[in-house]
Design a protein around this ligand. Structure first.
Ligand code: NAD
Length: 288
C-alpha cells in the first residue's frame, strides 16, 4: 500500500514534546496539520515554539524563510476533537495511560470516517489492548516516533493482533516519505527500543541508588567508554520522568513483574516531587 497523499489532513492529539514534533514532521512533509491539546493554550504555544526553532534553522541555512512560512501555514490549532473529523490520519501523543488513550480512540471513531487511520505514539502500551473493543480495530496502528521527532529518524510501526497489514504498510511508507527510517514491529511490551532500553536505564539508576558515582560521572562514562550519545540521567531528564517511569511500569506489568524491568525508586521519587526533568527545570540535573 502506498504512503498517504500529501493532500490528506493529519490530526495530532497532544501538543507536548512528542505531539509538537510529530506535527512539525507532518507539516514539513507537506500535510495540512491540525494540532489539538486539551490544555488551554498548549497547542498554540507549541506552534510558537516550533516557529522559534524553525527560525534558527533558517539562520543555519537548513530551510529558506519561505519554506518555513509554508510549513507554519500548514499548522493549525484545533479547538476541539470534532475539528479532526476530516483527517485521513490522526496520531495520538497524549499521556501514557491506557484508559485515557482508549477514551480518545472511542471519541475519534465516532467522529472520523471509517477510512481514517488512527495511530498511537505510545512508547509501551499494547496496540492489541488499545484496539480491543473498537468498532474498527484493524485501522489502529502504533506510529512510535523518538524524541525529538523532527531529528530522530527511527519510527516503529507497531501492529497489534487486529491491525490490518495494509494499514501498517501505509504508515511504514508514509514514515519513509516523511524522511524517517521505519521498522515494522509486533506489539510486544516496549516494542523493540523501549524494551532494550529498560535495563540500560535500570542498571544506571541502581548504580546511582547505591551511590557508586554521581550522575555526571556515570553519564560521562557511558558516553566516553560505551560510545553512547547520552547517558541514562541526561536522557531520561530529556524524555521526562513521568513519561519514562510510566513506560517502565507498563513494561514491568506486561512481563508479569520480570525483575529486568523493575521500576526505579529514585526515579519514582523524582516523579512524586514533580521533578520531571528539563520540562520542569529539575530532574537528576538542575536546569534553572
Ligand atoms: P508530554 O507530557 O510532553 O505531552 C502530553 C500532552 O498531551 C500534554 O500537552 C497534555 O496536555 C496532552 N494531553 C493529555 N491528555 C490529553 C487528552 N485527553 N486530550 C488531549 N491532550 C491531552 O508527553 P510526551 O513526552 O509528548 O509523550 C506523549 C506520548 O508519546 C506518550 O504516550 C509517551 O509515552 C510517548 N512518547 C514519548 C517520548 C518521549 O521521549 N517523551 C518518546 C516516544 C513516545
Amino acid at each position: 500500500m502506498s504512503a498517504l497523499q500529501k493532500d490528506i489532513v493529519v490530526g495530532v492529539i497532544g501538543a507536548g514534546a512528542m505531539g509538537a514534533g510529530i506535527a512539525q514532521v507532518a507539516a514539513q512533509a507537506g500535510h495540512q496539520v491540525k494540532l489539538y491539546d486539551n490544555r488551554d493554550g498548549a497547542a498554540s504555544a507549541a506552534i510558537d515554539s516550533m516557529a522559534t526553532q524553525l527560525a534558527k534553522l533558517v539562520e543555519r541555512q537548513k530551510f529558506t524563510a519561505e519554506q518555513v512560512q509554508q510549513i507554519l501555514a500548514r499548522l493549525e490549532v484545533a479547538q476541539s476533537l470534532e475539528e479532526l473529523s476530516g483527517a485521513g490520519l490522526v496520531v495520538e501523543a497524549i499521556v501514557e495511560n491506557i484508559d485515557v488513550k482508549k477514551g480518545i480512540f472511542d471519541t475519534l471513531e465516532s467522529l472520523c470516517s471509517k477510512d481514517c487511520i488512527l495511530a498511537s505514539n505510545t512508547s509501551s502500551i499494547s496496540i492489541t489492548r488499545l484496539a480491543a473493543g473498537m468498532k474498527h480495530p484493524e485501522r489502529l496502528v502504533g506510529m512510535h516516533f523518538f524524541n525529538p521527532a523532527p531529528i530522530m529518524k527511527l519510527v516503529e510501526v507497531v501492529s497489534g493482533l487486529a491491525t490490518d497489514s495494509k494499514v501498517a504498510d501505509c504508515i511504514y511508507e508514509t514514515a519513509l516519505q516523511w524522511g524517517k527510517k521505519p521498522v515494522h514491529a509486533a506489539s510486544t511490551p516496549g516494542f523493540i527500543v523501549n524494551r532494550v532500553a529498560r535495563p540500560f536505564y535500570a542498571e544506571s539508576f541502581r548504580l546511582r541508588q547505591e551511590q557508586v558515582a554521581d550522575c555526571a560521572t556515570l553519564d560521562a562514562l557511558i558516553k566516553g567508554a560505551g560510545g553512547f550519545r547520552m547517558g541514562a540521567f541526561e536522557l531520561t531528564d530529556m524524555i521526562g520522568h513521568d513519561v519514562n517511569y510510566a513506560v517502565t511500569c507498563s513494561v514491568f506489568d506486561a512481563y508479569y513483574g520480570d525483575f529486568r524491568f523493575q521500576p526505579s525508586l529514585i526515579q519514582k521519587d523524582l516523579v512524586d516531587a514533580g521533578f520531571l526533568g528539563r520540562k520542569t527545570g529539575q530532574g537528576f540535573y538542575s536546569y534553572h
